[in-house]
Design a protein around this ligand. Structure first.
Ligand code: HEM
Length: 386
């Protein structure tokens, strides 16, 4: 029983990959005392857990736990209960034309760069990642974007509370922030619907579905907005950092095929979501280790995505990597619903950085956010050079 991987250790926050690689070599399936969970570092083990939803539950009620009503969403329900709400959102998303959303996101970044050029050092997170992510997710859903600074504070409190198991003091601010977010989402459901994904799912559930289905839809809309925004903002910060520390990578992504494969590689290489939790509903064995029914399992995406058994040159940024079946967007019945939107947003970011006449350059060390579940920057200083 070891606890060598401490996600909140300053060195690990800075660069988790060497510690995770060592852990994968030494003891690929290990008990993590702090997380009260088994942790998986190998790609194949994580993939198995994510796919086998019958053995590994996301829904805490399947292992005797409770889920408060506001949390019943696509994210907490498992198949078959999850199927209707998941397919409702997936169908609405497929019907949405993402091209104009990508173009508006590109223009937004371009305009921000115009304003920031010549203004000296600025923070990539506050000035680009946050406004881009709030705007793109609001655009997708078809809702008025909330003031992005204010929304970032609410979302941060929720994001930090995901580490409540490690730091109980974060739980209460997270609860209050969730309340604020619920009020915002409620207001979208009482106002008349604007065109967008939300209007589509509201329309589809208006006449035929019961109150429970409508609750799942509202809660899922909340997850899409907050979860989508926070992971997108974190991904943008990480992507910009990777591009700034890999000379020539940004310029190579001027080529369309590399833009498309490159944004996926950026998420594999240093993605925002560090892992996810499931609970074994029956005893099983993973990698020669006995797991008892009721025990938790964390699939460490950051480790799986650098597993040399699954990826050649796993520690290198390979912009034309194909196929690239990384776990940065998860896998199986809980895989990210917003993948295509996130890809569009990241392409918009990279295209705008490449189109703009000023050149983005690092302007000091960024500060990593002290969160275990989400890998993000609190601040990332940069400057635009003529
Ligand atoms: C680069 C940005 C993003 C990354 C890396 C990402 C990553 C992920 C991952 C890893 C999961 C699965 C977690 C698990 O298995 O427990 C997930 C789920 C989810 N994501 Fe994303 N995401 C991103 C952006 C977005 C966006 C923009 C949206 C919405 C507009 C979104 C909506 C969702 C939803 C609704 C789920 C829950 C799906 C379910 O449990 O069935 N994500 N995301």
């Amino acid at each position: 029983m070891t606890d060598r991987y401490d996600p909140l250790d300053p060195e690990v926050l800075c660069d988790p990959y060497p510690v995770l690689a060592e852990q994968r070599e030494r003891e690929p399936v290990f008990w993590h005392e702090g997380m009260g969970s088994w942790a998986l570092t190998r790609y194949a083990d994580s993939m198995r857990v994510l796919r086998d939803h019958e053995t590994f539950a996301r829904d805490p009620r399947r292992s005797g736990g409770k889920v408060p009503e506001p949390s019943l969403s696509v994210q907490t329900l498992d198949p078959p209960q999850q199927n209707a709400v998941r397919s409702l959102f997936m169908t609405a998303l497929r019907a949405q034309d993402l091209t104009p959303i990508e173009e508006r996101a590109r223009l937004l970044v371009h305009e921000r760069l115009d304003q920031l050029a010549g203004a000296g050092t600025f923070d990539v997170v506050a000035e680009i990642a946050v406004p881009l992510s709030v705007a793109a997710v609001a655009d997708l859903l078809g809702v008025e974007p909330p003031p992005h600074g204010e929304f970032a504070a609410v979302s941060d409190a929720i994001m930090r509370s995901m580490d409540g198991g490690l730091e109980p003091a974060l739980v209460e601010p997270g609860r209050l922030a969730r309340r604020q977010l619920s009020d915002l989402v409620d207001s979208w459901f009482t106002a008349s619907a604007r065109p967008g994904l939300l209007a589509r799912v509201r329309q589809a559930t208006a006449d035929t579905s019961g109150a429970r289905a409508r609750l799942y839809v509202k809660n899922t809309a909340r997850v899409m907005f907050q979860g989508g925004y926070s992971t997108m903002a974190a991904a943008v910060g990480n992507a910009v950092h990777t591009l700034l520390t890999h000379p020539g990578a940004l310029e190579r992504m001027r080529e369309r095929t590399l833009l498309v494969t490159g944004v996926d590689e950026l998420v594999r290489f240093d993605g925002p979501v560090q892992g996810t939790t499931r609970t074994a509903v029956r005893s099983c064995r993973i990698g020669g280790v006995d797991i008892r029914a009721g025990q938790k399992i964390v699939t460490l995406f950051a480790a799986a995505n650098r597993d040399p058994a699954a990826f050649e040159r796993a520690d290198e940024l390979v912009l034309d990597r194909t196929p690239n079946r990384h776990l940065g967007y998860g896998w199986g019945p809980h895989a990210c619903i917003g993948t295509t939107v996130a890809q569009a947003g990241l392409r918009a970011l990279v295209a705008a950085l490449n189109d703009h006449p000023a050149r983005l350059a690092a302007a000091g060390e960024g500060v990593r956010r002290r969160t275990a579940t989400m890998r993000a920057f609190d601040t990332l200083p940069a400057a635009l050079l003529p």
